[in-house]
Ligand binder design. Structure first.
Ligand code: NAD
Ligand code: UGA
Length: 438
């Protein structure tokens, strides 16, 4: 099939490369010429494991192209995806749909034969209707359908999530559009991937409900971790103990410094706004949003307590800046709240992240960036693990202890176990595991 992906960001680039790998002919479009130039030189603008090989392979096979002007490709396409950003709208917290609607306006006059226009961006209920109205208004004689096909990939595991999804969700208003999307995703039949076909509005809501539910799970375990600290229980064992109940499941029950990233924060907020506007507030989601915002500040309090009551004049080594491992994405990362707050309180920051330091440098001031984890600890009083990169999981704790002036080791991802700490001089603190010390 001939596929056009408008918006070549985390979702558009990964989806485009994966569709090309399925054998389709894909044109990825972006209105950022630097990004397209980079891709045409064989460079990848983001860090995502395996993406460079996948892009190189499919570009070489002539199945994947990168352009700034979509006109020709849209005219030839069977399916045109809209995969542009839907950030939080300034002022009111709703999803900002201006990029989506701008694409609808741009592509309308380019459509030729029957085409399915698909929103892959995360969009509120009713967006597909509006996209249809825009295109119909500008191209009244063109045959097209508008469908919804939300994306569930995670950064850092994006390719495997795309190629082996738990399900594909498709929202359509015609059998013809459904058949086109079934053909597009036919390669997934091999893995027996379930396809959930709904009306467009339901599909749009499934995406927000999924992200909000996952955010609720994280918010829940984070509060249970705090309770564990107070009552002397172990949150990891609580998570295992509840997660082995199939109705609950073990995933997304890792306590941490609060969820971040380009999606959970904005999507929970957008869902909350949609629900309130509809007169049916999602109070559980509202509570999780507030709890998660508060959590990032609570992490600062923990760091202060672990440092003996003040961070003024102390150097804090921060290990990990991205919102999660295996990405360079800094959007809504907990580090963006925690680091400036520590600086306000007089702390000096040394930081290291394997992939996101260039991106981080655009967001922080007065940080010393280190060469690696040990270099980061050198001369620091305390260390804080903010992102659980694999390379932080097996640090030589004797060396860590020697390098840290105050020996304070704060693990906000619970990646170290009691036996690993035994015998070290580290003053260890983690989340919801009050018995664990160095
Ligand atoms: P992104 O910011 O990385 O990429 C969006 C791209 O669209 C940018 O490169 C931008 O230059 C381009 N763009 C904007 N307007 C354009 C236009 N008129 N023509 C051509 N290109 C244009 O965003 P993202 O993280 O890929 O997210 C895109 C959508 O997918 C969002 O709605 C997001 O919620 C959703 N989503 C993201 C993820 C994720 O992991 N990042 C996962 C699932 C769903
Ligand atoms: C998330 C969803 O997992 C994807 O299904 C979805 O497609 C995507 O949002 C989106 O809509 O953009 P992503 O943001 O890439 O994916 O990363 P996650 O692995 O979900 O992590 C999100 C945040 O939650 C991170 O800050 C992570 O550290 C935190 N988290 C996750 C926890 O604190 N505990 C957990 O148990 C899991």
């Amino acid at each position: 099939m001939r596929v056009v992906m408008i918006g070549t960001g985390y979702v558009g680039l990964v989806s485009g490369a994966c569709f090309a790998d399925f054998g389709h002919h894909v044109t990825c479009v972006d209105n950022n010429p630097e990004k397209i130039e980079l891709l045409n030189r064989g460079e990848i603008p983001i860090f995502e494991p395996g993406l460079d090989e996948l892009v190189a392979k499919n570009t070489a096979a002539d199945r994947l192209k990168f352009v700034t002007d979509p006109a020709w490709a849209v005219g030839e396409a069977d399916v045109v995806f809209i995969a542009v950003g839907t950030p939080t709208r300034r002022g009111d917290g709703h999803a900002d749909l201006k990029y989506v609607y701008a694409v609808a306006e741009e592509l309308a006059p380019m459509l030729r034969d029957y085409t399915v226009v698909v929103t892959k961006s995360t969009v509120p209920v009713g967006t597909g209707d509006e996209v249809e109205t825009i295109i119909r208004g500008l191209a009244p004689d063109t045959e097209f359908d508008v469908a919804s096909n939300p994306e569930f990939l995670r950064e850092g595991a994006a390719i495997s999530d795309f190629k082996r999804p738990d399900r594909v969700v498709v929202g359509v208003e015609s059998d013809r559009a459904e058949q086109v999307l079934r053909t597009l995703y036919r390669p997934l039949n091999l893995n027996e991937t379930p396809m959930v076909v709904t009306e467009r509005s339901t599909s749009e809501l499934i995406k927000y409900a999924a992200n909000a539910f996952l955010a609720v799970k994280i918010g829940f375990i984070n509060e249970i971790a705090d309770l564990c600290d107070q009552v002397g229980a172990n949150v990891q064992q609580v998570a295992t103990g509840i997660g082995l109940d199939n109705r609950i499941g073990t995933k997304f029950l890792h306590a941490g410094p609060g969820y971040g990233g380009s999606c959970f924060p904005k999507d929970t907020l957008a869902l909350s706004k949609t629900a309130t506007k509809a007169g049916t507030p999602v109070t559980i989601v509202d509570a999780v949003i507030a709890s998660n915002d508060q959590r990032k500040l609570a992490m600062v309090e923990r760091i202060i307590t672990a440092c003996g009551g003040s961070v003024d004049g102390k150097t804090i080594a921060v290990l990990g800046l991205a919102f999660k491992p295996n990405t360079d994405d800094m959007r809504a990362a907990p580090s963006l709240v925690i680091i400036p707050e520590l600086q306000k309180l007089g702390a000096k920051i040394r930081a290291y992240d394997p992939e996101s330091m260039a991106e981080a440098n655009k967001n922080f001031e007065n940080i010393v960036y280190a060469e690696d984890a040990y270099d980061c600890l050198e001369g620091s009083h305390a260390a804080v693990i903010l992102t659980e990169w694999d390379q932080f999981r097996a640090l030589d704790l004797e060396r860590v202890s020697k390098l840290l002036k105050d020996k304070v080791f704060i693990d906000l991802r619970n990646i170290y176990r009691g036996e690993e700490l035994a015998g070290t001089e580290l003053v260890y603190s983690s989340l919801g595991r009050p018995g664990l010390t160095g």
